[in-house]
Design a protein around this ligand. Structure first.
Ligand SMILES: N[C@@H](CCC(=O)N[C@@H](CS)C(=O)NCC(=O)O)C(=O)O
Length: 220
């Protein structure tokens, strides 16, 4: 059988691309990265592969595009079976999908409000972000990971977004380890995994990138 050809259309600061990189690494798959210039001009390949949203990440599997990071992680898990990222029981899978959807709807947007705001608005945004993380702590319960004893699907969906948490802390003036110690410990544990450590961009560099976005938005 011919070897799978995997190409990732990427943007190096994208927290969504991190999810795909971690999932591919967990499955032991190698892939080619094509960096997109989102600030300058998107490639024709990106525009043709994701004509609806025109966003990265896109995974091309033997030339066929798969879009939207959570959907890509599902695809990877369904296509390459070991190690399994989603739980085996239908109840477990349903819970994992619920929390992945919650993360998708809440975490990144709440974080963006933190770096985009000041004064009273910032205080409200911080509280909202911490409330979201506290709900996620409740979902993890006493387990090491959202996947229970094993790193899995929901862990991948959240750990990608965590690459921007340092910037939220700096611009928001709070510390996740103090406000949400379980999430703080979970991030540290995830970073011990090679798949995660290699995929996460440098937090200081992300912070600098967000600083540039703030200037572009006229916040600084
Ligand atoms: N819901 C999408 C979000 C992807 C996303 O927002 N990608 C950003 C980079 S981090 C992007 O491509 N932005 C380009 C644009 O908005 O035009 C996913 O999960 O893949």
């Amino acid at each position: 059988m011919a070897k799978d050809e995997l190409v990732l259309l990427d943007f190096c600061w994208s927290p969504f691309s991190v999810r795909v990189k971690v999932a591919l690494a967990e499955k032991g798959l190698s892939y080619e990265v094509k960096e997109e210039d989102l600030m300058g001009g998107k490639s024709d390949l990106l525009l043709q592969s994701n004509p609806i949203y025109e966003k990265v990440p896109v995974l091309l599997h033997n030339g066929k595009p798969i879009v939207e990071s959570t959907n890509i992680v599902y695809y990877i898990d369904e296509t390459w079976d070991s190690p399994q990222l989603l739980p085996t029981s239908s109840y477990g899978r349903s819970r994992a999908r619920f929390w992945a959807d919650f993360i998708d709807k809440k975490v990144f947007d709440a974080g963006c409000i933190i770096w985009k705001s000041k004064g009273e608005e910032l205080e409200v945004a911080k509280k909202e972000f911490i409330d979201i993380l506290k709900k996620l702590e409740g979902a993890m319960g006493d387990h090491d990971y959202f996947g229970g004893d094993k790193f899995g699907f929901v862990d991948i969906v959240l750990i990608g977004l965590s690459s921007w948490f340092f910037a939220y802390e700096k611009y928001g003036g709070f510390e996740i380890e103090i406000e949400c110690p379980k999430i703080g410990a979970w991030i540290k544990k995830c970073k011990e995994k090679e798949s995660v450590a290699k995929a996460l961009p440098n937090p200081q560099k992300v912070y600098e990138f967000v600083g540039m976005l703030r200037k572009m938005h006229g916040i600084e």
